[in-house]
Design a protein around this ligand. Sequence first.
Ligand SMILES: Nc1ncnc2c1ncn2[C@@H]1O[C@H](COP(=O)(O)OP(=O)(O)OP(=O)(O)O)[C@@H](O)[C@H]1O
Length: 307
Amino acid sequence: MDTVVSVEDLRKTYGPRVAVSDVSFEVRRCEIFGILGSNGAGKTTIVEILQGLRDRTSGQVSVLGLDPAREKNRLRRVIGSQLQSSALPERLRIVEAIQLFAHARNVPVDVEATMATWGLEPLRNRPFGALSGGEQQRLFVALALLGDPELVLLDELTTGLDPSARHATWDLIRKVRDHGTTVVLVTHFMDEAEILCDRVGIMDRGNLVACDTPGALTAHHGGPVTITFSTTNGYQPDHLLPIPGVDSATLGDGKVTVTGQSTAAVHVAAALAEKGVTPADYRTHYPSLEDVFLSVTGHRLSEKVAS
Ligand SMILES: Nc1ncnc2c1ncn2[C@@H]1O[C@H](COP(=O)(O)OP(=O)(O)OP(=O)(O)O)[C@@H](O)[C@H]1O
């Protein structure tokens, strides 16, 4: 395994406030690593420490083999990071923004090829202030990737975008990863973490409470699969109990609820079909990252929590 970012017992305090509390994780080469959490969970603090923009209180951090606290200038030349929209003047044209940032990063950049890669040619003379949210994000991704950095750090890249622009931005990020760049992505969107990220670290009030692939997180923390269907004519679900992986099968108010491991779902369906029970409202609810988040943090992502 090739580790691009290594964080060990990272702690950041602001006076008495603990923003990041002894967090450890690794980011592997060519993965999209998501840091998911509610407002104030400590996500931005972590990515700013990774970039050398904030000093840590204690712990070990290595980014591409460099210590961001001591080697920030070298680090800034080898990583790409996302700008805040306020960083660009409204009247700056797209082509000028790319030229300016290529110059500032001191890396050789083919401006025309960059615009072609990111589909920015039709916008080349458009002032930054006249771009849509999706177009701005496309430019930010292009600017963050000038000079082909090994690692790119993106913070809330899709906030404020409509669904189609968000999906287009996800495609861009996958393209970046497939091209060989490691991506660290801060997000407070559950679907973004679940669909886009190869691995996800869940932050809650300064703590990293879980970290794994979305599939492994749901398998370990998501709880059981739940199957529901309506029934009539005195049907009793007891015949489902011996099926391997089924934990419970109960009947109440004409509705059957079966819980168990995800592998049980297909056998439950087969057992019903064999008995000639074919309910029109048969539903299987597989646990999602939302269920994982609730289980590991004790609250929903959208809920405000006291820090
Ligand atoms: N400069 C600062 N001085 C004091 N407290 C700060 C400072 N910067 C951040 N904090 C606090 O540290 C905690 C973590 O903040 P951080 O911005 O890292 O969270 P976040 O998860 O990125 O949240 P958001 O999604 O709202 O940006 C919060 O309680 C925040 O108020």
